[in-house]
Ligand binder design. Structure first.
Ligand code: ATP
Ligand code: MG
Length: 295
């Protein structure tokens, strides 16, 4: 069965002060089947967001950003090297995105209703667009939607804005949703409710989901499979159950131990002792060499 989207040997370089820039993504391969939920976890700077942006064609528009490898959507053309127009096309039909910070994504001077309406394709819905806007806003747990459509983003709470973002993403009925730390900016109670909404919306629509988060508990509860990233690579992939109960890679093992040892919620989630980190780095370096031999 053809996957909905498949990335093969994806490599991304981003410009920095250094001449060649830094390689943020190293030979990442990822497949997402129709209706499947895949989590990407890993510590800060491991390349999760750059991977998510590459999959949605939303890397910074800078001629020095370099992408190699392959990204294909089912029945689609190769998207690595595709034009901005082709990516726009793919996004408008197939991929919805939910990012961490709704204010950078929402238009501050456009009413909520219009922003949702803009992502609705009238040919794909039975209701008039205005009714569909109201329906979608209700789907994500917002109330009093008739008033809400006339409001501006700054008049809403953080949790409401994040729900609006989910509404915008699902309004176009995408095949795939990419959610990058969708609730990190919210407090714990609101986080849980917004995640439950996302979970529910994805189930009802049968949409595939790529959920990016450093929060293993969140990813563990919402996905079928998990890929663990470390310094730009996927070091382990498996079913969510396998990865969480029988991790194979020393980094995943360390990660789970560091999470389990958490008692104080303010402890750094990814506190891996330096000696263990050296061991992991050696292990990863060896694996990388083996990959190069195979390639
Ligand atoms: P976090 O959990 O903090 O969100 P992440 O896993 O999402 O981390 P990325 O944002 O994907 O990490 O970053 C991967 C690497 O790419 C990091 O070294 C980061 O500094 C670098 N990077 C990210 N965005 C840019 C950019 N626009 N320009 C240059 N370097 C970048
Ligand atoms: Mg990130």
């Amino acid at each position: 069965d053809a996957p909905l989207v498949e990335a093969q040997n994806l490599r991304v370089w981003l410009p920095t002060g250094r001449r060649d820039g830094i390689q943020a993504v190293r030979n990442v391969s990822l497949r997402v089947a129709a209706g499947e939920r895949v989590g990407i976890v890993g510590e800060s700077g491991s390349g999760k967001s750059v991977t998510g942006r590459a999959l949605s064609g939303l890397l910074p528009t800078n001629p020095r950003v370099r992408v190699e490898g392959s990204i294909r959507f089912r029945d689609g053309e190769e998207m690595v090297g595709a034009s901005a127009k082709d990516w726009n096309d793919v996004r408008s039909r197939r991929v919805g995105m939910i990012f961490q910070d709704p204010l950078t994504f929402l238009n501050p001077v456009m009413r909520i209703g219009r922003q949702v309406a803009e992502s609705i394709d009238p040919r794909r819905v039975d209701l008039p667009v205005r009714d569909e806007v109201l329906r979608v806003l209700e789907t994500v747990g917002l109330t009093d939607v008739e008033t809400l459509v006339d409001r501006y983003p700054h008049e809403l709470s953080g949790g409401m804005r994040q729900r609006v973002l989910i509404a915008i993403a699902i309004a176009k009925r995408p095949d795939l949703l990419i959610a990058d730390e969708p609730t990190t900016a919210l407090d714990a109670t609101v986080q849980r409710r917004v995640l439950a909404t996302l979970d529910d919306a994805v189930s009802r629509l049968g949409t595939s989901l790529v959920l990016i988060s450093h929060d293993l508990a969140v990813v563990g509860s919402m996905t079928d499979r998990i890929s663990v990233m470390y310094s730009g690579r996927i070091v382990e992939s498996g079913t969510t159950n396998e990865v969480l109960t029988a991790p194979k890679h020393p980094y995943t093992q360390a990660l789970l131990r560091s999470v389990r040892s958490l008692t104080d919620p303010d402890t750094e989630l990814w506190s891996i002792p330096p000696s263990l980190r050296r061991e992991i780095d050696e292990h990863v370096a060896l694996e990388a060499k083996e990959d190069e031999y195979e390639a």
